[in-house]
Design a protein around this ligand. Structure first.
Ligand code: SF4
Length: 188
C-alpha cells in the first residue's frame, strides 16, 4: 500500500489544487480520475432529430466504428435546446436493439408465418391495393345526386414518429386521392 502523503490531506489538497470548496479535482478518487466519457471515444458526432414523436427534438448522435454508441440532446436545436425526454434519451436502444426489424415483413392472407419482402415489391403491392381500394369504393354522388367525389375505401392513420413534413405529404397524397379519413398525432 502506498504511503499516505500529508500533501494528500483533504484540506491541503483543496488548497493545492485551487479547489477551495472541494467540489472538483480535490475530491476525485483515482478511479474517477481514470474514467473517460464515452462521448470522448467517439469517432464523430452527427446532428439528427429524435424519431419518436412529432416534437422533433434535436439530437447529437455519437458514432464509433460506424456504430451508434450514444445519443444526447443537441444544444443547437431551437426546439429542445439540448433537452431530451426519457424516451428520446433512450433512443440509442432503438438503434442498437437486437430485436429491431430491418427488413420489410409480410404475412400473406391466411398465412401463419411472416416472410421478408424486398422494398420495391412491398411498395408496388401497397400502391396496387391503394389504387384498387380507391376504385372499388369511389363515391361520385350521394343518394340525392349531390357531388361527393370521395372514397371511404382508404384511410391514413399516422403514428407519433411521423414528423411534420411527412404528415404534410401524407395529407396531400390522401386528400388528392379522395380520402377523407386522415389522422395523425401531429395534426395539420
Ligand atoms: S420523444 Fe421526447 S425527445 Fe423525442 S422528439 Fe418527442 S419529446 Fe423530443
Amino acid at each position: 500500500m502506498a504511503r499516505f502523503s500529508p500533501l494528500e490531506w483533504p484540506v491541503i489538497r483543496q488548497l493545492r489544487t485551487g479547489d477551495r470548496f472541494g467540489r472538483g479535482p480535490a475530491v476525485e478518487s483515482p478511479r474517477s480520475k481514470a474514467l473517460e466519457s464515452r462521448l470522448a471515444t467517439a469517432d464523430r458526432m452527427v446532428q439528427s432529430v429524435c424519431p419518436f414523436c412529432a416534437v422533433g427534438c434535436g439530437q447529437q448522435v455519437y458514432v464509433k466504428d460506424e456504430r451508434v454508441i450514444a445519443i444526447e440532446g443537441d444544444p443547437d436545436s431551437p426546439i429542445s435546446r439540448g433537452r431530451l425526454c426519457p424516451k428520446g434519451a433512450s433512443s440509442e436502444q432503438l438503434v442498437n436493439n437486437p430485436s429491431r426489424q430491418t427488413t420489410v415483413r409480410y404475412r400473406a392472407p391466411y398465412a401463419t408465418d411472416w416472410q421478408d419482402l424486398d422494398r420495391d415489391t412491398a411498395i408496388d403491392m401497397i400502391a396496387d391495393r391503394f389504387v384498387q381500394a380507391r376504385r372499388d369504393h369511389w363515391r361520385e354522388t350521394d343518394a340525392h345526386g349531390r357531388p361527393l367525389r370521395h372514397t371511404l375505401g382508404i384511410a391514413s392513420l399516422g403514428g407519433a414518429t411521423l414528423d411534420n413534413e411527412e404528415n404534410y405529404l401524407i395529407k396531400k397524397l390522401f386528400t388528392a386521392a379522395g380520402a377523407i379519413a386522415i389522422e395523425n398525432q401531429a395534426r395539420i
